[in-house]
Design a protein around this ligand. Structure first.
Ligand SMILES: [Zn+2]
Length: 331
């Protein structure tokens, strides 16, 4: 699914919600009219008053006195309906329009700005098509298993204790997330939990209504290549990468190096820095390896504009497999 299809899907969702709201609203009106005929009668009078008003306008009516008469009658009827609702044990707003999101009345836009409900639906669409939906289902801080990290290691602090601190840091990051949030560089060997934690952060933020995109570096570069050379269809419009509330770039360093790659990475990272849009990058490359791989302007961004988060050595995949095998033997 490309962006337009995602957008269409979300627009359709909004339309379905509006339709559902109308159906629910009509159902309530019919129920009330049957249960409390006096309310049904007032509703009918209200509709007739509206119809008369539109006829008055259509026939060129412009008398302010008449206009006020229509308005006052409408307000009085609405007030009477409210009173009747309350007298009959219903909330006075029972016949108000029914919305999934009252902020935007299911239009998806408030004062020309996308409503959080729309952004959330769009993020989920993007996440689904970014190939993370399987990760998304199980990725949460609660699912983060610290016991997979060894309690003994080389340094003063064990890998498990080190990871505990990183997890606490990540939770705090999500809690205080805003446009001024730090850029993070997750550094560590393959299988030490960088992707999992970055996806946890992304998923937690999506749950709080943020617009988050995740992409392995090669997918991101392929989209920029497609957009630049128009040789293939890109899955994600490049502007989205530049403007998402959070962009997660996974596996930096696994791409094939070229000057296009270098300049694209620099441009994505630098543009997001300029726009104060935070980025989380995970990489297996050590600082020395990064020095070898990338030109100084990209490296200086990574070194000075990102908080370096070194992950403890661990092999989560091997540990998970070992446990599964042990469980199998027992069973
Ligand atoms: Zn909304």
């Amino acid at each position: 699914m490309n962006k337009d299809q995602c957008l269409r899907a979300v627009n359709q969702l909004m339309e379905d919600r509006r339709t559902q709201g109308k159906i629910e609203s009509n159902r309530r009106r019919e129920t009330i009219a049957a249960e409390v005929p006096a309310i049904g009668q007032k509703e009918k009078e209200l509709q007739e008053n509206h119809a008369s008003f539109f006829r008055f306008i259509a026939e060129g009516g412009d008398s302010e006195e008449e206009f006020l008469k229509f308005r006052d009658k409408s307000l009085a009827l609405q007030e009477e309906i409210k009173q009747l609702l309350v007298e009959n044990g219903y909330p006075e707003t029972y016949l108000d329009p029914v919305y999934h999101c009252s902020l935007c009345a299911d239009e998806g836009v408030v004062d020309g700005v996308l409503c959080p409900c729309y952004k959330q639906a769009l993020s989920e669409q993007y996440l689904a098509q970014s190939g993370m939906e399987k990760l998304f289902a199980k990725c949460s801080f609660a699912a983060f298993d610290l016991s997979l990290y060894p309690t003994e290691g080389d340094g003063d602090i064990s890998p498990r204790d080190k990871m505990k601190k990183i997890l606490a840091f990540a939770k705090n990051y999500v809690k205080n997330f805003g446009d001024d949030a730090q850029n993070l560089l997750f550094v560590g060997e393959p299988g030490c939990g960088k992707t999992f934690l970055s996806v946890c952060i992304g998923c937690e933020l999506i749950r709080s209504g943020k617009f988050v995109l995740y992409a392995p570096v090669q997918d991101l570069l392929a989209d920029f290549e497609a957009a630049t050379f128009k040789n293939k269809e890109s899955t994600m419009p490049t502007e989205e990468y530049l403007d998402a509330d959070l962009l997660i770039i996974d596996d930096l360093g696994t791409e094939f190096y070229s000057s296009f790659v270098e300049s694209t990475l620099y441009s994505v990272i630098n543009t997001r820095l300029t726009r104060k849009k935070p980025t989380v990058i995970s990489t297996n490359l050590t600082p020395d390896e990064r020095d070898e791989c990338y030109a100084s302007r990209l490296n200086s961004r990574l070194n000075y504009s990102f908080a370096n988060v070194p992950f403890p050595a661990a092999n989560l995949r091997a540990e998970t497999l070992k446990r599964r095998a042990a469980k199998g033997k027992k069973g």
